[in-house]
Design a protein around this ligand. Structure first.
Ligand code: SF4
Ligand code: SF4
Length: 187
């Protein structure tokens, strides 16, 4: 009995060492510039940049395959932060209309919800609580306002509610006057 326990303990120790070695030996180093770009993106995973999430967009920017002006949720501030990081000139946002939209969160009109779970499947950040044939509700603090849950809702019971501005969400109110673009000669 004791020998069996000792053998098991020895095997566990050996495997533990092997796993530790493999974790160090085969660790995939993230690309530091991709990590830095990704850290500047809003992590809404909304796909408005046409990439399937913030990380793939960060990788495309780092590879020179995508411009820095394709993230509406990040807005002007996000684009300028990327320009500063990469030493590039600011570029007017590709979709200024989407960027100008006030920050919003999804709200489910619960009495109308039929519990089909389609919104849960569409939400990239798991901000919706619910179960089949049960009422669904949005966890406001988790919602990024990406609106991906709205198209699949068969009874159209999801609204987007604008949230009050905070110092973080405040936007430059004069989109047609952009002093920081004076040098680039765009404005
Ligand atoms: S609840 Fe809707 S709007 Fe909010 S993050 Fe999820 S999919 Fe986007
Ligand atoms: S998609 Fe609409 S009806 Fe279906 S669970 Fe979500 S809120 Fe309810």
């Amino acid at each position: 009995m004791l020998s069996a326990i000792l053998t098991l303990a020895l095997l566990a120790g050996v495997f533990g060492l092997l796993l530790g070695y493999a974790a160090v030996r085969f660790r995939v180093e993230g690309d530091p510039i991709v990590d830095q770009i990704d850290a500047l993106l809003p992590q809404t995973q909304c796909g408005q940049c046409s990439y399937p999430g913030c990380r793939p967009y960060a990788e495309a920017i780092a590879a020179g395959e995508a411009e820095i002006n394709r993230c509406p949720p990040g807005g002007e501030a996000g684009m300028i932060a990327l320009a500063d990081l990469l030493g590039r000139d600011p570029v007017p946002l590709e979709d200024e209309e989407a960027a100008a939209k006030p920050k919003s969160v999804a709200y489910i009109r619960e009495p109308e919800c039929i519990g089909c779970t389609l919104c849960i499947q569409a939400c990239p950040v798991d901000a919706i609580l619910g179960a089949a044939k049960q009422m669904h509700t949005v966890i406001e603090d988790e919602c990024t306002g990406c609106e991906l849950c709205i198209p699949p809702c068969p009874v159209e019971c999801i609204d987007m509610i604008a949230i009050r501005d905070t110092p973080e969400t405040w936007r430059w109110p004069y989109p047609d006057r952009k002093p920081w673009l004076q040098e680039a000669g765009d404005a």
